[in-house]
Design a protein around this ligand. Structure first.
Ligand code: SF4
Length: 443
């Protein structure tokens, strides 16, 4: 079954659609428009914009009209978190609306009724829907029944697609994201099994949410997304990085090309002895090596088919000179990162960081870099760096500590889901976070 999102078809055996999200304030129409144009030129086939409230609806309309006047036809998705009224208001002006209907209302029957109303408006306007059921932001109704588990995510999504089915609404896509690759893969597998049991086949949007930045963000995304794509699960993907959204697209395009069999790995040999793999690579760059290794071994490590990995061979540096993977230390570095991404061995703190969006009111990318630099010596701790207090605390799921931007150069610090310090000036916040963590003995 395929969902139509403007001119783009998701699912139904079509290609893997690559998408991303603006990180500009949607109310800044010129900046958002310019970013949409850049993202479209860089290969984004669908672009999402945050719509925090009613005031942003007309901005979305203007952005879309200006894009079409410029000949940019890339479909736009409105990202809604809680407000069904905002979803209803923006649906006529975009090609897709992303919602988690479980958060529409505390009363579950009221949430269902609002979701049905949204389906009606979407049908009238030819607008598709993404049902985004993220780990950490399930409604109380589901967590009270199943806990905050992959099974709960799948059950929640099944309820909403069941309503789409009752309403004969076909242009629906489903996502079940988590920053934890194990939870995310289990949730999609569970949901796919449930759909098969019920003879349903809604298209799937696959991604690892809050993957962070740099090498670790890319490796974590590849481990989760490639595991599912290799099983034929996933019709559209987003690689979420706490970087410029343009930086997400080469990784996403690599994943799409690899699982559409347009490119192959640079691995030239492999030997497996018991549960240890030794792989040899001849890679054109370190970036290619990183992506290849993550996709070649992510699933095997995640599913505990192998326990140990050794990397040999060469990659070419920026000047084209060959670099030994073992002697440069890059082999053991990649293995450590891969083990951590697949949640097999933790050699440094685990960082969760959202990509940021129009709701971000502070220097999220700089904050993440500072938190990473100042906490790298800690052990057995999960630290989340999130862009906003509205969704950040819910979305950081199983983090031990949260560093959440409030705006106005202030930060809230969370222990688990509980705020322990509020309104901390940005320039003191990492010190306060470290004092709290070290006070708990995580050194
Ligand atoms: S948590 Fe991050 S990505 Fe999610 S809404 Fe807030 S700022 Fe945007």
């Amino acid at each position: 079954m395929a969902a139509r999102v403007g001119d783009v078809l998701i699912g139904g055996g079509g290609h893997i659609v690559v998408q991303t999200m603006c990180d500009t304030h949607t109310s800044d129409v010129e900046a958002t428009l310019a970013q949409c144009v850049r993202l479209s030129r860089a290969g984004a086939e669908i672009i999402r914009l945050t719509v925090p409230g009613m005031d942003d609806v007309m901005s979305v309309r203007r952005i879309k009209e200006s894009l079409r006047e410029r000949g940019v036809t890339t479909p736009l998705v409105a990202d809604i978190h809680f407000s069904s009224n905002t979803a209803l208001a923006v649906a006529p002006y975009v090609e897709k609306v992303r919602v988690n209907p479980g958060n529409f209302h505390k009363d579950h029957n009221e949430a269902i009724s609002r979701f049905r109303s949204l389906l009606k408006v979407c049908r009238e306007n030819g607008t598709a829907i993404r049902i985004g059921v993220n780990h950490g932001s399930l409604g109380d109704y589901i967590t009270n029944l199943y806990g905050d588990t992959p099974e709960a995510m799948a059950k929640a999504a099944m309820e909403w697609v069941g309503i789409c089915e009752e309403e004969n609404f076909r242009d629906a896509v489903v996502s079940l994201k988590s920053s934890n690759t194990r939870v995310m893969v289990d949730a999609y597998r569970c949901f796919r099994a449930e759909m098969e049991k019920n003879s349903l086949s809604f298209p799937l949007h696959v991604g690892v949410t809050e993957a962070g930045n740099g090498d670790s963000g890319r490796i974590k995304s590849c481990v989760g997304i490639s595991t599912l794509l290799s099983e034929g699960t996933g019709d559209t993907i987003r690689v979420s990085l706490t970087e410029d959204p343009e930086a997400e697209l080469p990784v996403a395009r690599y994943l799409a090309a690899r699982y559409e069999r347009r490119i192959v790995s640079s691995m030239t040999a492999i030997s497996i002895n018991g549960r240890k793999a030794v792989a040899t690579y001849q890679s054109p760059s370190f970036e290619t090596l990183l992506l290849d290794v993550s996709c070649d071994f992510g699933k095997g490590l995640l599913d505990k088919e192998i326990d140990e990995l050794e990397l040999e061979g060469v990659y070419l540096d920026e000047s084209g000179a060959p670099v030994s993977i073992e002697e440069s230390g890059k082999g053991s570095y990649l293995v450590n990162e891969l083990m951590q991404a697949a949640r097999r061995r933790f050699y440094r703190p685990e960082y969760i960081a959202c990509p940021g969006c129009g709701r971000t009111m502070y220097g999220l990318r700089e904050a993440l870099e500072e938190v990473k630099a100042r906490t790298s010596h800690l052990k057995d701790v999960v630290i989340a760096v999130m862009g906003c207090v509205v969704n950040g605390p819910g979305e950081m799921a199983d983090a031990d500590w949260g560093y959440v931007g409030e705006g106005n150069r202030k930060v809230s610090i969370y222990k688990g889901r509980t705020p322990v310090l509020r309104h901390v000036p940005e320039n003191e916040a990492v010190d306060r976070l470290l004092e709290l963590i070290e006070g708990e003995g995580s050194i």
